[in-house]
Design a protein around this ligand. Structure first.
Ligand code: 13P
Ligand code: SF4
Length: 339
């Protein structure tokens, strides 16, 4: 081990990533491709990653597609270009594989909004309820969950539960309220939210729509109810992407993390995509957690196989049941991998 690597490894917990200087003349794309082959590694990237990372990934998808891919891959190493809860999910589904995350501090405000010790107490107040948790939660929260869901399969998951069975839905109150409205079920909601999807300005979107009368306004269900109310279409990241491909409109105002615009533009180069404006003056609908990953960190984590996701065995054993249940329901509902 070089002195630089030894020092970077010691600082890993504090920094969240291997802070090693990368030669600026290095062809990172070629190096990453080489490491993939040499190590039989697969790169799974969420749509919210920066464009360069999406372009070097073997699979790009939403939370459901990524977990399905993590469950079926034959690679020895899963490199997860996404956030911590996603890499944890991959580890739970493929515990014998090495799962790497370029930056361990790529967290999630939604997952952070539901600390397991507080949720445990909350759950005790509703002993007859079953727990459905959005996959955007910690591995430990999954051990307190009966069925996980993502934005793609949330409706199918709720509809798979008998009508008389009361439900707690955690941690996203906005997705929860959307599901209450769609299904007519009176669910108990945990009060969590995503910092990126709560930033959109109703007033500025209405003004933007007026300036672009032919544009369709599309939104992710993590957005607040007053934003969803004015949407022409609501869907998960994959749902939104497919909609922009299939809908004849040529202009879209998009209320979700701006990273998805890269795939929308690639799939429909003749169409125009406008990020929905946030309620402040900067272009802040980038997720700061997702964007902690960079090409340099991706290269370093593949080269040195650090930082790695390690989970206690009991967390994997107890938590994976809720993810397996979700995957079964998705398969029955025909909700498969996005391409
Ligand atoms: P989906 O990937 O299910 O669309 O969720 C979006 C998200 O916020 C992921 O962090
Ligand atoms: Fe979490 Fe929101 Fe970022 Fe997704 S976009 S990782 S839900 S903070």
């Amino acid at each position: 081990m070089t002195a630089e690597l030894e020092l970077a490894t010691k600082k890993l917990d504090r920094n969240g990533f291997l802070d090693i200087d990368v030669d600026p003349t290095l062809d990172l794309i070629a190096e990453i491709e080489r490491l993939k082959k040499e190590k039989n590694a697969i790169i799974l990237a969420h749509y919210y990653q920066e464009s360069e990372i999406q372009d070097v990934a073997d699979y790009i998808g939403d939370s459901l597609g990524l977990s399905q891919k993590a469950a079926e891959t034959e690679a020895d190493i899963i490199v997860f270009a996404g956030v911590h809860f996603m890499a944890e999910t991959a580890k739970m589904l493929s515990p014998s594989k090495k799962v790497l995350l370029p930056d361990l501090k790529a967290g999630c405000s939604l997952a952070d909004s539901c600390p397991p010790h507080l949720f445990k107490k909350f759950k005790e107040k509703y002993p007859d309820h079953i727990v459905v948790s959005y996959i955007n939660c910690t591995a430990e929260l999954k051990t307190l969950t009966d069925i996980c869901c993502t934005s793609t399969n949330a409706l199918a998951v709720i509809e798979s539960i008998p009508k008389e069975q009361p439900i707690i839905f955690a941690p996203d109150k906005n997705l929860g309220q959307y599901l209450v409205k769609k299904t007519g079920r009176d669910m108990v909601l945990w009060n969590g939210a995503c910092m990126v999807h709560e930033i959109f300005s109703h007033e500025r979107i209405v003004k933007l729509k007026a300036r672009h009368p032919n544009a369709k306004f599309i939104a992710h269900p993590e957005c607040e109810p007053h934003i969803l109310e004015i949407a022409d279409f609501i869907g998960s990241t994959t749902g939104l992407l497919k909609h922009t491909i299939n809908d004849p409109a040529t202009e879209f105002i998009v209320a979700t993390e701006a990273g998805i615009l890269h795939q929308m533009q690639k799939a429909s180069p003749h169409k125009t995509f406008i990020p929905a404006p946030p309620n402040n003056n900067c272009a802040c609908n980038d997720c700061p957690h997702m964007k902690r990953n960079t090409m340099e960190k991706l290269y370093l984590c593949m080269e040195y196989e650090q930082p790695e996701i390690i989970l206690p065995e009991w967390v994997i054993e107890q938590g994976v049941k809720s993810i397996d249940r979700m995957l079964e329901i998705s398969e029955k509902a025909g909700l498969g991998l996005a391409k």
